[in-house]
Design a protein around this ligand. Structure first.
Ligand code: PMP
Length: 358
């Protein structure tokens, strides 16, 4: 606490992102980045945008980027909102759409930034436990079981479990809560989930949030977006224009558009990650791990005979970093990002070594 801080600052519990180590040569499987670099066309586009025009502000409404996203998603540009990473998009979503007299509802185990935004904006919220096998039960989000919610948000596939919900179930949730916004955070959807974007044509309360950080290998560029009805997008624009006129810089816009246009590279690299995930899940299973079915670019696994924190520490000693959450229900799990085949081989060999030594 400082006497200079606004009072709210002392009450915040900021989000702690996964470590970005300064050491090189680590096998970095802790923050769900894509193991392959972005499309060469992205680098070319960014280099092409490095010129004298950087003296000018970028387009405040990011029209060409929104058009590229609209083309990809089969919607109109007015149904697209863009931001500096999907974290910024989510921040605006929380303030613009999720603060209501009734509490916001989300799963007990989901993206740990959600309660942080609630703290920042003073949003009343309630969590609903995932099932024993770490699934979202759609019934929990219908007014019949837990009463009406002010709004609903969940990641699909969920993080950090990796489990996906079928679009039919999401539609039941949207149809059952016509007066509440239902936000589907699809950061990982391209690795095996089914997008809820088609629902926005039928349900004006559905907002889908996606990012270029994962399946487009652009975590360093910071571009995310939301797709939904005009009404929802207009609310987001009002908040954004009360916060930052230019969240997408010229280089980010050029790179993001090129990434969205190179569909062949996107398809090839995401399929490579999906294939490696299957090999990794099989390898972990063979070592005795319980692995939750994953539709994401990471797996969530626990070993019945070994403490997860100890395993994470032993991996770190061998130069491999994975994510461990000290949180009830999941403290015996490791979240392991799908890397290259070579990194996966190193991970499995290191785990075999650690398990044998105990
Ligand atoms: N949603 C979920 C579920 C995530 O795991 C992440 C990544 N930490 C994000 C959103 C934010 O990603 P970004 O800001 O890089 O778009």
């Amino acid at each position: 606490m400082s006497r200079f801080w606004s009072p709210v600052v002392g009450t915040l519990s900021p989000y702690v992102p996964g470590e970005q180590p300064k050491l090189r040569n680590l096998v970095k499987l802790n923050t769900n980045e894509h193991p392959y670099g972005p499309s060469p066309r992205v680098l070319e586009a960014i280099r092409g945008a490095c010129d004298d025009t950087l003296k000018l502000y970028p387009d405040p409404s990011s029209d060409s980027l929104r058009q590229a996203i609209a083309d990809n998603c089969g919607v109109r540009p007015e149904q697209v909102f863009v931001g500096n990473g999907s974290d910024e998009v989510l921040a605006h979503v929380f303030l613009a759409l999720l603060k209501h007299p009734r509490p916001l509802r989300f799963p007990d185990i989901s993206y740990s930034f959600y309660p942080v935004y609630c703290g920042l904006y003073g949003i009343d919220h309630e969590t609903v436990p995932l099932t024993d096998d770490f699934r979202i039960d759609p019934e929990d989000y219908l007014p019949g079981r837990n009463g009406p919610a002010g709004a609903i948000i969940f990641p699909n596939p969920n993080a950090p479990t990796g489990r996906a919900l079928a679009v039919g179930d999401i539609e039941r949730i949207a149809a059952g809560n016509p007066d509440a916004v239902v936000v589907v955070d699809e950061a990982y959807v391209d690795f095996g989930g089914e997008s809820a974007i088609p629902l926005i044509a039928r349900h004006d309360n559905v907002l889908v949030v996606q990012t270029l950080s994962k399946s487009r290998s652009l975590a360093g560029l910071r571009v995310g977006f939301a797709v939904g009805s005009r009404e929802l997008i207009d609310g987001l624009e009002r908040v954004k224009n009360s916060f930052n006129s230019y969240p997408i810089d010229r280089l980010a816009s050029a790179g993001a558009i090129a990434a969205l246009q190179d569909r062949e590279y996107f398809e090839r690299t995401r399929q490579a990650v999906i294939k490696t995930r299957q090999d990794m899940a099989r390898g972990l299973g063979a070592l005795g791990f319980d692995v939750l079915p994953s539709a994401a670019n990471f797996v969530f696994a626990r070993h019945p005979g070994h403490d997860a924190a100890a395993l994470a520490a032993a991996l770190r000693e061998r130069g491999i970093i994975v994510r461990h959450f000290r949180q009830p229900r999941i403290e015996q799990f490791l979240r392991i990002t799908v890397g290259t085949d070579e990194q996966t081989g190193l991970l499995l060999a290191a785990l075999a070594d650690i398990l044998n030594a105990r």
